[in-house]
Design a binder for this molecule. Structure first.
Ligand SMILES: O=C1O[C@H](COP(=O)(O)O)[C@@H](O)[C@H](O)[C@H]1O
Length: 252
């Protein structure tokens, strides 16, 4: 990956607090331009942690949440009230505490929703929701220790997808096994992609992503934005940054 910016925070709390502030500033900036931000949320520790931090921050008062289009980068295909759902976790952390426009909140379907347990139909329906050119302002992505982003896992069918914007995922190595995910081509249509990951268990994947690994073996390597790709790390996940890595900022 080239042209990537890396910001290293002191610890995971600092990572989540700072990323919440970064997101708030981005939303305010876009709204000040008279546009409605299109944001793709992520699940995972930092993905949900930063939403909770935004909910706790006075900065949330500067944001008109009713003028934001919320999407998800991936979802676990389980019942709607299952605590594993990225949507439920995001609602609990933030969306249920602010005044969103329900018509602008676009969760992926649940396994007890209108498509029943047909994950292929659910994925096709979400592709229609995001459109042929998703053009998100920001796609936020957590990253697994093996380099997965959204629900695109190494060497899995999803990582080879070149046409669809959304795919069904089966036999996922991380439970739950059935999921839906944006694809790498859809993610790459975003203006900015933020990879948000903390903890020393992620250090090896960060190192490989910034050292030229391919996206099939390490999907995060294929997650780039059109104008900006940002790795938001803590000292643990940054512990193995490649020697000579440029564009690195340490916040503390
Ligand atoms: O299963 C998932 O995992 C990733 C990473 O989660 P983390 O807890 O290791 O940060 C997450 O980004 C994705 O949305 C989620 O479905």
């Amino acid at each position: 990956m080239t042209g990537v910016e890396v910001v290293v925070h002191r610890d995971t709390t600092d990572l989540n607090v700072s990323t919440a502030a970064r997101l708030a500033a981005k939303l305010v900036q876009i709204q000040a331009q008279g546009r409605v931000p299109r944001i793709a949320l992520t699940g995972g520790g930092s993905g949900i942690g930063l939403l909770a931090e935004l909910n706790a921050s006075p900065a949330k008062d500067d944001i008109d949440f009713s003028r934001i289009e919320f999407y998800w980068g991936d979802e676990r295909f389980v019942p709607g009230q299952d605590p594993e759902r990225n949507e439920k976790q995001a609602r609990d952390a933030l969306l249920d505490h602010v005044r969103v426009d329900p018509a602008k909140v676009h969760p992926m379907a649940a396994s007890d929703g209108e498509f029943g347990d047909d994950v292929d139909r659910a994925a096709a329906a979400y592709a229609a929701v995001v459109g042929d050119d998703p053009a998100f302002d920001v796609v936020m992505l957590g990253m697994g220790p093996e380099g997965h982003v959204a629900s695109i896992f190494p060497e899995s069918p999803a990582v080879f997808e070149q046409a669809a914007t959304v795919v069904a995922v089966r036999d996922c190595p991380k439970p739950p096994p059935t999921r839906m995910s944006l694809t790498l081509p859809a993610i790459r249509r975003a203006d900015e992609v933020w990879i948000i990951t903390g903890g020393d268990g992620k250090a090896d994947a960060v190192h490989r992503a910034l050292s030229g690994a391919g996206e099939v073996e390490l999907p995060v390597a294929g997650a780039t934005g059109r104008t900006r790709t940002l790795f938001l790390l803590d000292r643990g996940s940054a512990a193995r940054l490649p020697a000579g890595q440029s564009g690195v900022t340490f916040t503390a």
